[in-house]
Design a protein around this ligand. Structure first.
Ligand code: AMP
Ligand code: MG
Length: 412
C-alpha cells in the first residue's frame, strides 16, 4: 500500500500544465498568465485634472489667500474633450475631472475654492501650487513597461490594469475540461423517480461542482451501467475533448467492479492507498482507440464520502497543477479535537469535522457523528477533514491534529 502523499506525488509526476490560450480579459480571471503584459500606452495618457475646478497659471492666483482674485473664463473642458483651449495670465478654463489640461495652464483650483461661475469671470479664494490637482502623463505606468507577469494569477485588479494599458485579451493557461463518468446499474439522475434498489447519482453533481470550484470546467455523462463495453465506448468518446476524466464507482473488490476490470489494460493503475475513506484508487493516462491521445483518468470510489475525499486529495491538486495555480494543496491548520475518535491502524484517516474558532482564536475540530463513507448529510455539514496519522488508533478530546479546511475561512 502507498500513502496518500505518495499517491498524490505519483499523480502530479504525470500531470502536465494545460496549454496556453489567448482569452478575453473577463475569462482570464482566476487563471495564471503565461506571457508578460506590456503597456501599450502611458497611464495617464495625458496631463489631466484630478478635480472639478478651473485650470489656471499658478502665478495668476498670487495673493488669492488674502483677497479673492478674479480670472477671465476662456473656455470649458469636460472629460473626453479635445484640448483646443489656451490659458494665459489672468485667465481660467473651467475643467472637469479627467479632462485634459489646456495649454498654458500648470495648476487646477478646485471649484470649492471659487464662486463656481460658469462663464464671464470666476472669483478664486485660494492660491494654488502647480501640480497637486494635476495628474501627470505616465506617472502611473510608462508605455512599454511590463504591468503583469507570466505566473501572476489574474484577478479583478489585474484586469483593470491590463485593460487600462490598452489590451482586451491576455494569454493564460486555460481551464482544464473535466468529464465526469458515473458508473453503476443502480444510478438514476437527480430528480427522477426511483425504482426498487435505485439511488440518485449524487456523486456526479458533487464532482462537477468540485471541479468548477477548483477552476476547471466540467460536464456529466449519463451513468454507465456495470458493463465493460459500454464504459469503454463512453470513455473513448469523452477522450476527444476531456483534459481529465473522473469516473466513480466500480473500483473495489466486488463482482461488478467494471471500471477496474475494463481499464487495467488501458493505462490505468489500480492501487490501494493507506487511507480511510478512499482506499481503492485508480489513476493513469487512459489509452483510447486512437493511441496518439492520452487523457489522465481518475477512477474514484463510488461511496459519496470516499469520492469527495479522493477528489479533494488527488484530483483538485492535479487540476491546479494544470492551471499552474499555487498552492496546489489546501493549507493545513492545527486544531484541538473536541471529541474522542477511533482510527484504523495503518490507515491515515481523513475524518469529516466541523471546525470553528473559539474566543481565543484557537481552532476546534468536532468530528461529525457519521464517519461511514455513505453519510452524505454529515459530509455536507462538515467544513474540514481531520487528519489522523496512520500510526494513531485513539484520538482523545483535547488532542491537537492537522485539519484541512474545505471552504477557506472558519466561522467563530
Ligand atoms: P461501488 O464502488 O460501485 O461499489 O459503489 C460503492 C457505493 O457507492 C455503493 O453503495 C453505490 O451505490 C454508491 N455509489 C456509486 N456511485 C454513486 C453515485 N454516482 N452517486 C451516489 N452513490 C454512488
Ligand atoms: Mg458500482
Amino acid at each position: 500500500m502507498r500513502t496518500a502523499t505518495e499517491h498524490l506525488e505519483a499523480i502530479l509526476g504525470q500531470t502536465k500544465v494545460a496549454p496556453r490560450q489567448r482569452v478575453p480579459l473577463a475569462e482570464a480571471v482566476g487563471l495564471v498568465l503565461d506571457e508578460d503584459v506590456t503597456a501599450a500606452v502611458d497611464l495617464p495618457g495625458f496631463d489631466n485634472s484630478a478635480m472639478d475646478g478651473y485650470a489656471v497659471q499658478a502665478a495668476s492666483l498670487a495673493g488669492a489667500d488674502r483677497a479673492p482674485v478674479e480670472l477671465r473664463i476662456v473656455g470649458e473642458l469636460a472629460a473626453g474633450a479635445d484640448r483646443d483651449v489656451k490659458v494665459g495670465p489672468g485667465e481660467a478654463a473651467r475643467i472637469m475631472t479627467g479632462a485634459p489640461m489646456p495649454d498654458g495652464a500648470d495648476a487646477v483650483i478646485p471649484v470649492e475654492q471659487t464662486d463656481g461661475a460658469a462663464d464671464g469671470v470666476v472669483a478664486c479664494r485660494a492660491e494654488v501650487a502647480p501640480g497637486p490637482f494635476v495628474r501627470r502623463r505616465g506617472e502611473d505606468v510608462r508605455a512599454g513597461s511590463a504591468v503583469a507577469w507570466a505566473g501572476n494569477v489574474v484577478g479583478p485588479r489585474t484586469v483593470a490594469l491590463i485593460a487600462a494599458s490598452g489590451h482586451s485579451e491576455c494569454v493564460v493557461h486555460r481551464r482544464p475540461h473535466v468529464v465526469v463518468v458515473p458508473t453503476g446499474d443502480e444510478l438514476v439522475r437527480p430528480g427522477e423517480p426511483l425504482g426498487p434498489g435505485q439511488i440518485h447519482d449524487s456523486n456526479s453533481t458533487m464532482l462537477q461542482a468540485a471541479a468548477v470550484a477548483a477552476g476547471a470546467t466540467a460536464e456529466i455523462r449519463s451513468a454507465v451501467g456495470d458493463d465493460e463495453d459500454e464504459l469503454i465506448r463512453v470513455l473513448d468518446e469523452a477522450m476527444a475533448h476531456a483534459d481529465a476524466i473522473v469516473t466513480t464507482g466500480g473500483v473495489s473488490m466486488g463482482a461488478y467492479d467494471v471500471v477496474k476490470s475494463a481499464l487495467k489494460d488501458k493505462g490505468i493503475d489500480f492501487v490501494s492507498v493507506a487511507m480511510q475513506p478512499g482506499k481503492p484508487q485508480g489513476f493513469g493516462q487512459l489509452v483510447g482507440s486512437s493511441p496518439a491521445r492520452q487523457v489522465p483518468l481518475f477512477a474514484l470510489p463510488g461511496n459519496p464520502v470516499s469520492s469527495y475525499v479522493s477528489f479533494e486529495l488527488f484530483v483538485r491538486p492535479a487540476l491546479r497543477r494544470m492551471m499552474r495555480l499555487e498552492p496546489e494543496t489546501r493549507p493545513v491548520h492545527r486544531a484541538v479535537v473536541t471529541q474522542a475518535l477511533r482510527s484504523t491502524a495503518g490507515r491515515e484517516q481523513f475524518a469529516r469535522a466541523v471546525v470553528t474558532r473559539d474566543a481565543a482564536g484557537q481552532l476546534l475540530a468536532e468530528p461529525v457523528a457519521g464517519q461511514g463513507s455513505h453519510f452524505i448529510a454529515d459530509l455536507s455539514r462538515a467544513n474540514a477533514l481531520l487528519v489522523v496519522p496512520a500510526s494513531v488508533t485513539e484520538v482523545a478530546a483535547g488532542d491537537p491534529l492537522d485539519v484541512i479546511l474545505l471552504d477557506g475561512e472558519v466561522r467563530s
